[in-house]
Design a protein. Structure first.
Length: 423
């Protein structure tokens, strides 16, 4: 089935009416053509050929539709009306209310909802979901990347938030839209995913990180200076220090509660609902605390079990770190594209360069399994604490330099193996 200048159909008799539409681009879409009881000819779009929809899967669906017509039914009847009524905005609303979306971490859900309200809904919300094309998605992506959805939005009691857009936000918005369409297909609401073929930057690309102890020293010096000059609140400065020392995610540090902290064992134990992978794994995330990180937490004013460790200046929600980090980064002369997540990647990169295994990296950063065959490695409390110190070695060296002292040597360890006993 080679593409030509014009689209064309190839028909099959198994079942009668089953066919494939070949587009000039080479894309292929399965259809089922039939006549209603009134004699009207109608064509049902089954979906595009892809790894999600194979020829045999499409044929099976066509046979189901064929049997439906033999009983005098019109397969496109109420379903077509429902599809035409379903807008992208309604699709996104249903998706965010779905059990699948609920599996995401609370911080991820909040971020996704922000992208929906600030970017996707203004651009595509009124469009009929079943009629949106890949070109529509590409145009929306370009608009977000060029800042056409930029502006200021109300964020409740805290005031206004600046929405800038950009390439990263555009790619993440397309990925989110793709997930929403995939969910709709699995629910039988839609047949095609127009975002599936839209290219976005691949995750895992090289990211700006802190290069060494000098960079860390500059960061910690500026944090101390701004804190002394009352240009940044101590909770915000200490939350940034904690991220640099532990590789915690921004939401994990800002949303850290006292009930998650155990300074006796030098650990933070985040329940599944408080970290990104928890909804999928159902497991807690354990963050080992080097001595410097323990000291940072210990100097915070105490509170009730459900109080935030790093208290916000106002409001009941977690501390906001976006604006403080932007000010610190500028003051320290750090790369403009170094985000708080870059501090997390910095720790991972330096740990990897020290010879850490993938299992150790997984343990330090709280990632899911590296592959389906790799098992999680569980460390004893002492080993985990030592790993935390090893992971933070470069940051600790920078902190020591900023404070004019000498950092202790880093202890190299191997993960403990589970002992096995003969049966």
């Amino acid at each position: 089935m080679l593409p030509t200048e014009k689209e064309y159909f190839i028909w099959s008799d198994d079942p009668k009416g089953f066919g494939v539409k070949v587009f000039p681009t080479g894309a292929k879409s399965f259809v089922f053509q039939y006549r209603t009881a009134e004699g009207r000819s109608r064509r049902f779009n089954i979906g595009r050929l892809s790894h999600v929809l194979t020829v045999e899967q499409a044929r099976k669906r066509a046979k189901e539709l064929y049997l439906d017509t033999l009983q005098g039914n019109d397969p496109m009847g109420h379903k077509q009306k429902r599809r035409e009524a379903l807008t992208v905005g309604e699709l996104l609303t249903r998706y965010t209310a779905s059990p699948k979306f609920a599996l995401k971490a609370a911080t991820t859900r909040a971020t996704d909802k922000g992208r929906i309200e600030r970017h996707l809904r203004p651009l595509l919300g009124a469009a009929v979901a079943d009629l949106v094309t890949a070109d529509d998605v590409r145009r929306a992506r370009l608009a977000i990347a060029e800042g056409k959805t930029a502006g200021r939005v109300k964020t409740g009691a805290r005031g206004l938030a600046k929405v800038t857009g950009g390439t990263g936000t555009a790619d993440q918005s397309v990925t989110l839209l793709r997930s929403a369409y995939s969910w709709a297909i699995s629910e039988g609401l839609l047949a095609d995913n127009p975002a599936a073929g839209v290219k976005v930057a691949q995750s895992g690309q090289r990211e700006t990180i802190l290069g060494g102890a000098d960079d860390y020293a500059q960061l910690f010096r500026v944090l101390t200076q701004m804190e002394n000059e009352l240009r940044i609140r101590r909770p915000a400065a200490d939350a940034i220090r904690l991220i640099a020392l532990t590789g915690a995610r921004r939401g994990e540090a800002a949303g850290l509660k006292w009930r998650y902290v155990d300074l006796r064992t030098g650990q933070i134990a985040l329940p599944p609902t408080a970290h990104k992978a928890g909804g999928r794994t159902g497991k807690p995330r354990i963050i080992g605390l080097p001595a410097e990180a323990q000291a940072i937490i210990a100097r915070q004013p105490g509170g009730e079990a459900d109080d935030f460790v790093f208290r916000p200046a106002k409001g009941a929600g977690p501390l906001s770190l976006a604006k403080p980090w932007q000010q610190v980064r500028t003051e320290a002369g750090l790369p403009e594209n170094l985000g708080l997540h870059g501090l997390r990647h910095s720790l991972a990169s330096h740990l990897a360069m020290s010879g850490a295994s993938s299992a150790e990296l997984m343990e330090a950063l709280g990632h899911k399994q590296v592959s389906t065959t790799q098992r999680y490695i569980h460390f004893a409390e002492r080993a985990r604490s030592t790993l935390a110190t090893r992971a933070a070695a470069m940051a600790i060296a920078g902190m020591a330099e900023a404070e004019g002292r000498t950092a202790a040597p880093v202890i190299q360890i191997k993960p403990q193996r589970k002992r096995t006993t003969a049966a």
